[in-house]
Design a protein around this ligand. Structure first.
Ligand code: NAD
Length: 256
C-alpha cells in the first residue's frame, strides 16, 4: 500500500495521467493532479477521485511549459514521494515545415518540465530516504516515426534523463524509470484520427487498425488503467532494484 505517500502527477486531468492518478489513489496514495487549465471541472475531478478511493486529492494549476511553474508545482504540493512526469503534447509536420513555436513547446512540456520537477522533488525524496520518479516517455522514446521530430527527440531525451536521474539517486532509496506506452486511446490520440482518415482516405475503424495500430502487433490499444497499474508496480517494494530502465507497454511495438 502507498498510504502516507504523496504522488504528484503532471498533466493529469485527462488520459493517461488521470488513469495513473486513479490507480495510485486506489493503492492508497494521496494525489496532486495538475493541468494548466484551472477550470471548475478540474477541481471537481480531484473531489471525485478522492471520494472514489478515500484519499486526499488536490488540483494544482501549473503550466508545464514554464520551468519556474514546474518547480512551484512541487513546492505547492508540499510533499512529493512519487513524481510522475506525464504532461505532453504532440505536433505532426515535416522538419522543413515544423513550426518553431511548436518545437519549443514540445521540448518544454514533454522534456524540460521533467528536469524542473525532478530537480525540485529530489531534495524532498532524499530527506525521506525514499522516492519514485516515473517518467512517461513513449515507444517514440525508443524508436522513431516520420513527421514527429520534436516528440521523438523529446521522448528520447526523457529516456536519457531517466537514466541520469537513476544514477544520481542510486542507493538513496530513490528509483527513476521511464514507461514507454505504445498507442493508448486518449484525447491526444483521438485528435490524430481525423487527420489520418483524411490522409489515407480511410474510415475510422480502418485507420485505427491498419494505420495507427499498424506498428502495435497486438492490434489493441493499451489502456490508461494498465499504465496506472505499471506505475503502481514501479512504486512497490518489488521494484526497489528497478532503476534507470524503460518498461514498454506497447503490445509488442518495440519488439518488431
Ligand atoms: P492527453 O492529451 O489526454 O493528456 C495530456 C495531459 O497533459 C492533459 O492532462 C493536459 O492537461 C496536460 N498538459 C498539456 N499541456 C500542458 C501544460 N502546458 N501544462 C500542464 N499540463 C499540460 O494525452 P495522453 O495521451 O494522456 O498523454 C499523456 C502522456 O503520455 C504524454 O506525455 C504523451 O506523450 C504520453 N504518451 C501517450 C501515448 C498515447 O497513445 N496516448 C503514447 C505514448 C506516450
Amino acid at each position: 500500500t502507498l498510504a502516507g505517500k504523496t504522488a504528484v502527477i503532471t498533466g493529469s486531468n485527462s488520459g493517461i495521467g488521470l488513469g495513473i492518478a486513479h490507480e495510485l489513489a486506489r493503492a492508497g496514495a494521496d494525489v496532486v493532479i495538475n493541468s494548466f487549465t484551472n477550470r471548475d471541472e478540474d477541481h471537481a475531478l480531484a473531489a471525485d477521485i478522492a471520494a472514489q478511493h478515500g484519499v486526499t486529492v488536490r488540483y494544482v494549476q501549473a503550466d508545464m511549459s514554464a520551468g519556474d511553474a514546474c518547480r512551484k508545482l512541487i513546492a505547492q504540493a508540499g510533499a512529493c514521494d512519487i513524481l510522475v512526469n506525464n504532461a505532453g503534447i504532440q505536433h505532426v509536420a515535416a522538419i522543413e515545415e515544423f513550426a518553431v513555436d511548436k518545437w519549443n513547446a514540445i521540448i518544454a512540456i514533454n522534456l524540460s518540465s521533467a528536469f524542473h520537477t525532478t530537480a525540485a522533488a529530489l531534495p524532498m525524496m532524499r530527506a525521506k530516504g525514499w522516492g519514485r520518479v516515473v517518467n512517461i516517455a513513449s515507444a517514440h522514446g525508443l524508436t522513431a516515426s516520420p513527421y514527429k521530430s520534436a516528440y521523438v527527440a523529446a521522448k528520447h531525451g526523457v529516456v536519457g534523463l531517466s537514466k541520469v536521474t537513476a544514477l544520481e539517486t542510486a542507493g538513496a532509496g530513490i528509483t527513476c524509470n521511464a514507461v514507454c506506452p505504445g498507442y493508448v486511446l486518449t484525447p491526444l490520440v483521438e485528435a490524430q484520427i481525423p487527420d489520418q482518415m483524411k490522409k489515407h482516405s480511410m474510415d475510422r475503424e480502418t485507420v485505427i487498425r491498419e494505420v495507427m495500430l499498424d506498428r502495435q502487433p497486438s492490434r489493441q490499444f493499451a489502456t490508461t488503467t494498465q499504465l496506472g497499474g505499471t506505475v503502481v508496480f514501479l512504486c512497490s517494494p518489488s521494484a526497489d532494484q528497478i532503476t534507470g530502465t524503460t518498461i514498454s507497454v506497447d503490445g509488442g511495438w518495440t519488439a518488431l
